[in-house]
Design a protein around this ligand. Structure first.
Ligand code: UDP
Ligand code: MG
Length: 335
């Protein structure tokens, strides 16, 4: 409660009529190929809503012309545009968190820069927010990504549903809307690795989902390599569930019981039949199986321990180099 009071107070400081209702947060990493198309479609779509809005671009340490393009766009529409430049590439989710820190809107909407989610779908999200939902998730109507990503993401969705109690149909779609109170809770969570849609869902009181169109990336390449995708899914699983760890200790226990029975059986056989050499390969098989299981267990343990290590260091999630805006707006960290 104190938190939202604080914000209202802060917002009423400058000029209340200038406080936007919606903040659109867009992470940008080497997107020079799509930015002008994005500007051309996003601004008219937002203007058509006839509500107060601001668009916050977070330049996630781009090494192409994105930074300059964003500056140009800021100069064209300084009233509704803000640009936050990060010092170095911090990753999509950290970039969005940086955008949240600077957003002033009552509602925050995240959107990718590559136009995979048409900005013309905004009214759908706004309609749900107007109904009083504090979290509007989205489901991609027909997903336009490569086939292997389609299947992999389906499998990850299923797995997440089973091992966490986060009920989101399509975790991969970032075109989502949140009430500012939820975002404040997300920011106050100070998690160094996180998955924003899942974390926000945990804090939502009245979530809902809508179906939106999905298109192919307009230009440029996906910024996610297979390795980065695996990392992201590890973030999702281990940040929201202890199940992988628990599953492992269960499996370990099961294997231990079975191998105990097996050794017992071998000992009896040794007494009754005498020594046998032919079984050597079976033993090898079993030994390798156990070794594999052990290695996997150590790896999994390492994943959690690594996270504890990262968390206790409390390094900043991102570093801001520069901000283009008309009025200063950084969120008060002690609120
Ligand atoms: N992105 C970012 N930092 C990164 C990777 C991606 O800010 O390290 C941004 C990227 O510019 C885009 C969004 O995150 O706006 C989603 O990236 P992309 O479209 O490459 O992901 P995909 O749609 O392939 O999952
Ligand atoms: Mg994309």
């Amino acid at each position: 409660m104190a938190m939202s009071e604080n914000i209202e107070q802060k917002q009423s400081d400058p000029a209340p009529e200038q406080v936007p209702e919606f903040s659109i947060i867009i992470p940008v990493y080497n997107e020079q190929a799509v930015l002008s198309a994005l500007f051309e479609r996003l601004y008219p779509a937002m203007d058509a809503l006839q509500r107060r809005y601001e668009i916050i671009f977070v330049d996630d340490g781009s090494r192409d012309r994105s930074a300059a393009l964003l500056r140009e766009q800021y100069q064209q529409r300084p009233d509704v545009t803000r640009v936050v430049y990060l010092r170095a590439n911090a990753g999509q989710h950290a970039a969005i968190l940086a955008g949240f820190e600077y957003a002033r809107g009552t509602y925050m909407v995240t959107l990718d820069a590559d136009l995979q989610n048409p900005p013309e779908e905004m009214p759908k999200l706004v309609a749900e927010l107007d109904k009083g939902h504090d979290y509007v998730g989205t489901i991609r109507h027909q997903r336009r990504d490569s086939l292997w990503r389609h299947w992999a993401s389906k499998a990850m969705n299923k797995l997440r549903e089973r091992i966490t109690n986060i009920q989101i149909t399509d975790q991969g779609c970032m075109f989502r809307a949140y009430h500012r109170d939820i975002i404040n809770a997300v920011l106050d969570s100070h998690e160094s690795h996180t998955f924003i849609p899942a974390l926000a869902y945990m804090y939502a009181g009245n979530p809902c989902e809508v179906t939106v169109e999905h298109e192919e990336r307009l230009a440029g390449e996906s910024k996610y390599s297979l390795f980065k995708l695996i990392q992201l899914n590890f973030d999702l699983m281990t940040s929201f569930s202890l199940a992988p760890l628990q599953f492992f200790s269960m499996a370990g226990m099961g294997v231990a019981v079975i191998s105990f029975i097996f050794v017992f059986y071998l000992a009896i056989r040794r007494l009754l039949v005498g020594p046998e050499v032919e079984g050597v390969f079976t033993l090898f098989g079993i030994a390798f199986f156990l070794m594999g299981l052990l290695l996997f267990g150590i790896g999994l343990l390492g994943e959690y321990v690594g996270r504890i290590y990262v968390q206790i260091r409390e390094r900043p999630r991102f570093l801001v180099r520069d901000v283009l805006e008309q009025q200063p707006s950084h969120r008060d960290t002690d609120s």
